[in-house]
Ligand binder design. Structure first.
Ligand code: BJW
Ligand code: ZN
Length: 251
């Protein structure tokens, strides 16, 4: 696969002073975590996001929504980071050793980047493994087996919900600010495995392009941003990332 890379892309990856990366569900697909919008296998293929991924859905049917999210949380115990996650952790180490800036921003809630060794990951859409009470706001990590009953209750009697960001909810302010700063000031931006249709995350690409960053898209399918990519790699992230990083280091 290394022969297929443009030498200019390899040089830019090796020499960029500040790299920002946005990942989406596609990077975890090869770990066995479903994407959202795949027509056959995606979470939304046979479900309506309005019934599951909004605060209104949770208030309407907290049992259904918390059961669905808890199933997804429990599935994380049986999946592992793939070669794409590992390659990004390696790229962070290489860039850091040379004093280059590296920011990994993810829309994923699966924690696989951290498990692969990435540090300081910006989690724009929260985490499946943190749950919080909507009454007293107590939030804690949940890595154990499935909850005993749904809806899940806090000791205070309030309902507990997954610590993810649903449609219509604000993203965590610190995370969004850090992601925007990194995108606005990078000289190389990679968008990996995201359909780039959900905002404000997709808008990070606009920020990078407005600052004349070079833009690489790694995705099996085209996205609304594909036409603006300097390089578009239409291959599985778990194959292309290790090959690209190793080709770039060999040159
Ligand atoms: C591979 C591959 C392989 C497969 N290798 N590639 C501007 C315009 C229009 C609308 C809006 C706007 N600004 C805001 C909105 C509204 C809304 C929005 O964006 N709607 C659009 C969908 C129309 N945004 C919001 O509501 C956000 N909040 C907000 O704006 O708040 C404002 C506010 C401010 C102040 C106070 C109050 C409010 C919140 C968005 C939250 C999104 N949440 C979800 C669910 C999280 C919980 C859960 O996990 O269930 O996040 S939606 C879902 O989509 C999830 C994902 O993170 C997100 C993005 O999906 P992603 O990762 O791109 O996955 P897919 O499936 O779409 O794509 C996978 C891709 O991978 C595909 O392209 C494949 O081809 C590719 N692929 N295998 C490489 N092996
Ligand atoms: Zn509580």
């Amino acid at each position: 696969m290394s022969d297929t890379f443009d030498p200019n892309l390899c040089r830019i990856l090796r020499e960029a002073h500040s790299i920002a990366i946005l990942t989406g569900a596609g990077i975890s697909a090869e770990s066995g975590v479903p994407t959202f919008r795949d027509a056959l296998t995606g979470y939304w293929a046979n479900r309506n996001p309005a019934d599951l991924a909004t605060p209104e859905a949770f208030m309407r049917d907290p049992e259904l929504v918390s059961r669905w999210y808890d199933q997804r949380r429990c599935q994380l115990a049986s999946v592992k980071p793939n070669a794409g996650h590992v390659a990004l952790a390696e790229l962070q180490r290489l860039a850091g050793a040379e004093g280059r800036r590296f920011t990994l921003i993810t829309q994923n809630v699966d924690g696989l980047h951290e498990r692969a060794g990435s540090i300081g990951v910006i989690n724009l859409h929260g985490s499946l493994s943190r749950w919080r009470c909507i009454r007293c706001a107590e939030e804690k990590p949940e890595h154990g087996p499935a909850f005993n009953e749904y809806p899940v209750r806090c000791a205070c009697g309030g309902l507990r919900r997954p610590g993810v960001v649903w449609f219509g909810e604000a993203l965590p302010a610190d995370a969004l600010r850090a992601a925007e700063n990194a995108s606005r000031t990078c000289d190389l931006f990679l968008s990996i495995g995201t359909s780039a249709v959900v905002y404000p995350a997709a808008g990070l690409i606009d920020l990078a392009l407005a600052n004349a960053a070079r833009f690489v898209e790694i995705n099996l399918e085209p996205t609304p941003y594909s036409d603006r990519a300097d390089w578009r790699l239409a291959a599985p992230a778990g194959a292309v990332l290790p090959a690209l990083i190793s080709a770039s280091n060999r040159q």
